[in-house]
Design a protein around this ligand. Structure first.
Ligand SMILES: [Zn+2]
Length: 272
C-alpha cells in the first residue's frame, strides 16, 4: 500500500486519517490506515490543522456551538459583563465556569449583574494559507474516498500525475504558494435543517464537488453556514465565480439535483 500524498510505502502506518479535522466535529469521514502514511498524517495535524483550529473564528464558533475537540474539550470563549464591560473567560467543560474581576464579582453578588453577553465573531478567514492548504487536503482526501467507493484501483489514483500539484501544495508547498479560495456566508449559523421525517437537526459542516464547464473541479465545504471553495487544479477561482453568476449565487451544495447536504433540507429552502 502507498500513501496518496508522498506515494511511499505505507503498509505499516498506524493512523487513520480524518478527512475533516476531528475537532471540527468529524467522526465518520475517514480514510483507513495506510492511505495516508503516519508521517503525512502527523505533518497535517501539526503544520496545518493546528493553526486553523487556533484561529479565533473557529474557536469562537466551536465555543458557541459546543463542538468539542478530539480530546473532548470545548474551546474557551469570552463573555462581556454588562455594567463593568469586563471581558471574562468562560470555560464550558465542567459546568459553566466564568473567570471574573472583583468589581464584576461584587455586582453579581449584589444582584446588579444577572447576565453575560457572548460576542459573535463573524469575520471568517478570507486569505489564510493554512485554511487554503487544509481545504486542498480535505478536497484531495474526499476525492480519494470517492475513488474507493467506486472500487477503482488505488494504484492508478496514487500515480495520477495530474494531482501532483495539489499533493505538493498540501504536503510540502515547495514554492511557498498560497492558493486563493472563495469564502462567503450562505446561511445563518443557527439555520435549522430538517430530515425527511420532518425532525430538525443541527448542521455543523457539509461538502461536495462541483465540476464546471471549464473542466475544473472545485471542492465546496461549508462550516456552520460559511462556504469555502477551492479549485483542485491551482490558485484560481474565476471559474467558480463565473459558475455562481450563472446560478444566481446559490451554493453548489444546494443546486438542483444535488443531495441537499446528506438528505437534509435547510429552513431557507423549505420556505421557498
Ligand atoms: Zn505520506
Amino acid at each position: 500500500m502507498n500513501c496518496i500524498f508522498c506515494k511511499k510505502d505505507s503498509t505499516n502506518s498506524k493512523s487513520v486519517e480524518h478527512i475533516i479535522p476531528e475537532s471540527f466535529g468529524n467522526k465518520k469521514h475517514i480514510l483507513k490506515k495506510g492511505m495516508v502514511c503516519d508521517r503525512c498524517n502527523n505533518y497535517f495535524s501539526t503544520k496545518i490543522e493546528k493553526e486553523v483550529l487556533e484561529l479565533e473564528f473557529f474557536t469562537n464558533i466551536r465555543f458557541r456551538n459546543f463542538i468539542p475537540s478530539k480530546k473532548n474539550r470545548i474551546p474557551r470563549g469570552k463573555a462581556i459583563l454588562p455594567k463593568t464591560k469586563y471581558l471574562a473567560e468562560v470555560d464550558l467543560n465542567d459546568g459553566i465556569q466564568v473567570t471574573l474581576d472583583s468589581k464584576s464579582f461584587n455586582l453579581i453578588e449584589k444582584g446588579e449583574i444577572t447576565s453575560i453577553i457572548v460576542p459573535y465573531k463573524y469575520d471568517y478567514p478570507k486569505d489564510n494559507i493554512s485554511v487554503s492548504r487544509l481545504l486542498a487536503k480535505m478536497a484531495f482526501e474526499m476525492l480519494a474516498l470517492r475513488v474507493i467507493k467506486t472500487n477503482k484501483d488505488m494504484i492508478d489514483f496514487v500515480n495520477e500525475p495530474q494531482f501532483d500539484k495539489i499533493r505538493n501544495y498540501v504536503r510540502s508547498n515547495p514554492k511557498n504558494e498560497n492558493w486563493v479560495y472563495s469564502s462567503r456566508k450562505i446561511y445563518s449559523e443557527n439555520e435549522k435543517f430538517y430530515l425527511k421525517d420532518g425532525k430538525s437537526v443541527d448542521m455543523i459542516f457539509e461538502c461536495d464537488f462541483l465540476a464546471t464547464n471549464r473542466q475544473e473541479l472545485y471542492f465546496v465545504f461549508a462550516y456552520k453556514g460559511i462556504e469555502f471553495v477551492i479549485n483542485m487544479a491551482g490558485s484560481s477561482i474565476d471559474g467558480y465565480l463565473e459558475w455562481l453568476k450563472l446560478h444566481n449565487d446559490i451554493s453548489p451544495l444546494y443546486r438542483k439535483g444535488s443531495n441537499f447536504g446528506y438528505d437534509l433540507t435547510p429552513e431557507f429552502l423549505k420556505n421557498n
